[in-house]
Design a protein around this ligand. Structure first.
Ligand SMILES: [Zn+2]
Length: 285
């Protein structure tokens, strides 16, 4: 009787079935529940942050965080024994991972074969990693850019670069990302006032809004259509209203944020190893 009572007591206090309650085993679903519990924002009903492949109820052997679940990243994850891949960007070439276009497609088939053969589970972690406070991508990127000391108080992405020229900032970028193809619009001798960092692809309107602020004359971006905010910056220069833009490319502008995601997840997941796998810049000369 006493044993039965202790058993009931244990069941009552153990609460939700996270991995630690099952002697160390954890499902992908459990991992995502842990992510949700550690965010500052509530989980949205409409979100791209969903499972994209594999069985969420399967046991997780290790977690790999990455900017993008490319073919090479998936292979590396399998090699490292990480069967849960947490990716910031889509797996199937569009924002909603819609596969309509991919029926009978050989690239899709090749990628899916790696996922299936290695019983990988892929989960996208995009919206909420940006919505949590502070924005996880910006935390990782500001650290990678070594810009902490220039951050304007109360801002997450505005930096005071008074005294630096555009060329100085570009040179620093090229040193930080020696393999990246970094593109610049604007006079290299432009004296920078404040610079805004805009990770990923938030849309040209958000770049233009930043540049419309009197004291911001440089915006460092991930990507945008070349005929939108990029054209705005060129027109500004040509009209004698000098503004500048540094285009890092989407991956370069966000990847360090997913390296930080691995550190963040490792701070609350003890049951399985969590590591970062670089997907890298897709471009070469
Ligand atoms: Zn992002």
């Amino acid at each position: 009787m006493k044993n039965l009572l202790s058993l009931i007591f244990l069941v009552l206090i153990s609460g939700p079935c996270f991995g630690q309650d099952r002697g160390g085993s954890m499902t992908a679903f459990d991992v995502v529940e842990q992510i949700k519990a550690n965010l500052t924002c509530s989980w949205a009903d409409q979100t791209v942050d969903t499972f994209k492949a594999g069985d969420p109820e399967g046991e997780v052997t290790g977690v790999a965080c990455t900017f993008m679940a490319t073919v090479e990243v998936l292979k590396k994850a399998a090699e490292l024994g990480c069967n849960l891949v947490i990716t910031h960007e889509p797996t199937y070439y569009n924002h909603f991972d819609n596969k309509d276009l991919l029926e009978g497609d050989p690239v899709y088939a090749a990628k899916q074969a790696i996922i299936d053969e290695n019983k990988l589970v892929v989960f996208r972690f995009h919206d909420h990693w940006h919505r949590t406070t502070p924005d996880g991508i910006y935390v990782g990127m500001v650290d990678r850019l070594q810009w902490d000391s220039y951050l304007v108080e109360g801002e997450k992405n505005i930096f005071d670069f008074s005294g630096y020229k555009l060329l100085d900032v570009t040179t620093h970028m090229k040193q930080l990302f020696p393999d990246a193809i970094i593109r610049v619009i604007g006079d290299p001798m432009l004296v920078v006032k404040r610079a805004a960092f805009s990770a990923g692809a938030p849309g040209s309107a958000s770049h233009i809004r930043l540049l419309q602020q009197e004291d911001i004359n440089l915006v460092v971006i991930g990507e945008a259509p070349e005929w939108e905010s990029l054209a705005y910056v060129r027109d500004a220069s040509q009209a004698g209203l000098p503004k500048a833009m540094i285009i890092l490319g989407h991956a370069v502008s966000e990847e360090a944020g997913m390296e930080y995601c691995a550190q963040w997840m490792a701070s609350f997941i003890d049951e399985v190893p969590v590591q970062f796998i670089e997907s890298g810049d897709p471009f070469h000369q």
